[in-house]
Design a protein around this ligand. Structure first.
Ligand SMILES: Nc1ncnc2c1ncn2[C@@H]1O[C@H](COP(=O)(O)OP(=O)(O)OP(=O)(O)O)[C@@H](O)[C@H]1O
Ligand SMILES: [Mg+2]
Length: 323
């Protein structure tokens, strides 16, 4: 199950992504966490120190290797250079599973707080003024587009703040998207913005109350969000203590907040898979990108990369190039 955390800056996305990842991993469930935020904080939230977090391999710097691997022997993709971030998989592509050994995970994955972690990498000095962060999150888009995940397997992506993630097709790559909402009007405004952008794309959005302190906070969120409010995570002394440098032990987390994490899991587990939608939108956004810039960039008609016979789903693993 592919899960995204979005919301206003500072609302608690990274905190909740890291807590859910650790909560699931502690139950022995397969979890892959991905830091796709321009401000890379997920590693530290999972328990790495600053030096370890800074040493994480950056997916954005290994785009060529990622494309080269995923392309496999798909005859519709002429070369690694003609593979763009939206190029969808087809027969002959290499598909990924959540749990497997493959050269990409070997290159990019590290352990953090008992969770497997991938990171897009920060926006570097060289990128200033010339590149856009979507080039780096493109690595995540490629990965998600080639990932065949089963029920009970979780991929948790911490995205950029605000509505930025709606500027690419990335927001359609998830089974469930949690919008983290503090009990403030600004945070609710970002929820409404996300709702507006997602409208018409069959995206499963749930609002998650964050840093809730009083019954008035809960009443405010209920009033503003109605049935879209899945659960409220309370302001946590344990999270605050971790912020002050003490190690966050999951078992020490307040019972109400542990229950809230379980509610998130239940909501994810109850989401029906829709591989047809996933594939259809991958193609739709690829064609949009092809027309907007990628055909010109590659001097090819990238519509030809679409394999009309292909739907990403477990059965597609048979049609793929094996690692
Ligand atoms: N439930 C909570 N209880 C107490 N503090 C919290 C809670 N959730 C988040 N915080 C604190 O709020 C601050 C912002 O949280 P966090 O970094 O998770 O937000 P974010 O949405 O990822 O921010 P950014 O937009 O910068 O990525 C941090 O100091 C974090 O420790
Ligand atoms: Mg964050």
């Amino acid at each position: 199950m592919k899960i995204a955390f979005v919301g206003k800056g500072g609302s608690g996305k990274t905190t909740l992504a890291s807590l859910l990842a650790r909560h699931l991993a502690a139950q022995g469930l397969p979890v892959l966490a991905i830091d796709a935020d321009i401000n890379q904080h997920l590693g530290v939230a999972l328990g790495l120190d600053e030096a370890e977090a800074a040493a994480l391999p950056a997916m954005g710097e290994h785009l060529e290797a990622i494309k080269d691997y995923l392309r496999g022997c798909n005859p519709r993709i002429r070369s690694t250079a003609s593979m763009v971030k939206t190029t969808p998989p087809g027969r002959g592509s290499r598909l990924l599973r959540v749990v497997e050994r493959n050269p990409l995970y070997a290159l990019l994955e590290r352990q953090a707080g008992g969770v497997r972690l991938l990171a897009t990498g920060p926006f570097g000095q060289d990128d200033l003024g010339v590149a856009c962060y979507h080039a780096k999150t493109g690595a995540v888009e490629l990965l998600l587009n080639h990932l065949v995940d089963g029920a009970g397997e979780y991929v948790i992506v911490d995205l950029t703040a605000g509505a930025d993630c709606f500027a690419s097709g990335l927001f359609t790559r998830f089974d469930r998207t949690f919008v983290v909402v503090e009990p403030t009007r600004k945070s609710v405004a970002v929820w409404r913005q996300c709702q507006g952008y997602a409208h018409g794309f069959d995206v499963n959005l749930s609002a998650v109350g964050s840093k809730v302190q009083t019954s008035d906070d809960v009443a405010f969120l209920r009033d503003q969000l109605g049935a879209d409010l899945l659960v409220c995570v309370q302001h946590s002394g344990v999270v605050r203590a971790a912020e002050q440098g003490r190690l966050l032990a999951l078992e020490a987390l307040e019972a109400a907040n542990r229950t809230a994490l379980e509610r998130l899991r239940e909501a994810v587990d109850a989401t029906p898979r829709d591989w047809a939608r996933f594939t259809r939108q991958a193609v739709e956004f690829h064609l949009r990108n092809a027309r907007a810039w990628a055909n010109a960039r590659t001097s090819e008609d990238l519509a030809a990369q679409v394999d009309p016979e292909f739907t990403l789903r477990p059965a597609a693993l048979r049609l793929a190039t094996t690692p």
